[in-house]
Write a protein that binds this ligand. Structure first.
Ligand SMILES: [Zn+2]
Length: 410
């Protein structure tokens, strides 16, 4: 990094932050593992590239992991973790090996046993004052530590309520909630009431936003569908629905959720980019932005690899927000390209960042990658004379604080 970028990086490190998106699991989940380092890597994006899946079937031994890691030394899904280990544990090496594994693992365990990791690293060292937490593994659960976390309502399971056996990509179904709460659902009306009920519960619990990651299950084109068409899949025997009927049902649920978002003044975070069959370019959401002009919509991940789309769209839709989240891990190069364009098109407004991780190590590595992206892009804008140092500093603070504050304000 150039001198000015380094100075900006130090400033951003200290600045108060809102982290727009995490999936942090309880620390016990890692402490209980006999090999804590392994369990941390297992719940990270490294496992995605090593297993060729979205982290769901990771059946490697430590030896297999180490030999596979040797084949992907430049992967950003690996580098961000090494960066976190260097930052948190004074890890001196540039890669994991049989020789440094036990030492690092011991240090991590000591840290977990003696500290509240979120307090020490995220609110302490990184000065993150608020984290928007997406606990997608429990439908309609909003139990989070309010001192730092704020929950979202995950919408994906609602798209799979056409029968009781259907599951979203995280294995979730809205009937888990209905069964838990003893809510009867026999008719399509009752199904919509169940959704209303979960929304009301979320409002009562002070959710910050709605979150949709349906791109892992299907493409992001959503037609306007009549209720009559939508309920066909609902009344079919389980497994007898045609693909077209399911799509109609889901399209209806999408618009139903957005009407709720409008009614209840809730912002929506949408995963774009990687997903089912790569049918999730941000521009597919153009018709949605035309229809719901009063709903604040945040496009996640820069729409990677379509990083040129969201910035262009933000020029024309003032309710569109751009979230760097995860993009710096997908490709640091594309994240710099995206951020440069976004700053030019939005002027610095409406841009945010987040960590998207399951443990503190992942979050630290990810946030550091976000900050480095910002420091490099803004530093270069200062070096070329496009921005003054003061403006570059201010834009950094906007991304870290005032933009997300505005997005999540109801
Ligand atoms: Zn996520």
């Amino acid at each position: 990094m150039t001198k000015i970028s380094q100075e900006l990086f130090s400033l951003f490190l200290e600045s108060p932050k809102i982290d727009t998106h995490e999936h942090l699991l309880p620390p016990e989940r890692f402490i209980e593992s006999p090999d804590i380092l392994f369990s941390i890597l297992e719940r990270s994006y490294l496992s995605w590239i090593l297993s060729g899946t979205t982290g769901k079937s990771f059946n490697l031994t430590r030896e297999e992991l180490l030999s596979r890691v040797k084949t992907i030394p430049a992967s950003s899904f690996y580098r961000y973790l090494i960066g976190a280990f260097q930052f948190m544990y004074e890890f001196q090496d540039n890669s994991l090996s049989q020789e440094n594994w036990e030492g690092l693992s011991r240090q991590i365990r000591e840290n977990y046993e003696n500290n509240d990791m979120v307090k020490k690293w995220l609110s302490g060292r990184l000065n993150i004052q608020k984290i928007i937490l997406d606990r997608y593994w429990i439908v309609g659960d909003f139990q989070v530590d309010r001192e730092i976390f704020s929950p979202v309502l995950r919408l994906d399971p609602f798209f799979f309520g056409y029968n009781r056996e259907a599951r979203d990509h995280d294995g979730q179904s809205p009937y888990f909630y209905a069964n838990r709460e003893g809510i009867k659902v026999e008719t399509f009306d009752e199904y919509l009431n169940l959704i209303d009920h979960i929304f009301q519960q979320g409002i009562k619990e002070g959710i910050s936003a709605l979150k949709l990651a349906i791109a892992y299950d299907r493409g992001l084109s959503f037609n306007q569908v009549t209720r009559e068409k939508a309920e066909v899949a609902f009344y079919r025997e389980a497994g007898e629905e045609t693909l077209e009927e399911i799509v109609n049902f889901q399209d209806f649920i999408f618009h139903y959720s957005f009407q709720k978002a409008e009614e209840l003044s809730l912002p929506v975070q949408i995963h774009t980019g990687p997903g089912k069959a790569f049918q999730a370019a941000p521009s597919l959401l153009g018709p949605i932005l035309e229809t719901y002009r009063a709903v604040k919509i945040s496009i996640f991940h820069g729409g990677f690899p379509w990083v040129g789309e969201p910035g262009a769209m933000a020029l024309f839709y003032p309710n569109l927000y751009l979230d760097l989240v995860w993009l710096p891990l997908l490709s640091p190069t594309f994240s710099r390209l995206a951020l440069s364009e976004w700053i030019e098109t939005t002027g610095g407004a409406r841009i945010m960042m987040g960590g998207d991780s399951w443990n503190v190590e992942g979050a630290v590595g990810s946030i550091l990658f976000n900050l480095e992206t910002m420091a490099r892009v803004l530093g270069e804008m200062v070096d070329t004379g496009y921005l003054s140092v003061t403006d570059a500093q201010e834009i950094g603070k906007m991304v870290l604080w005032s933009n997300p504050e505005e997005f999540f304000a109801s």
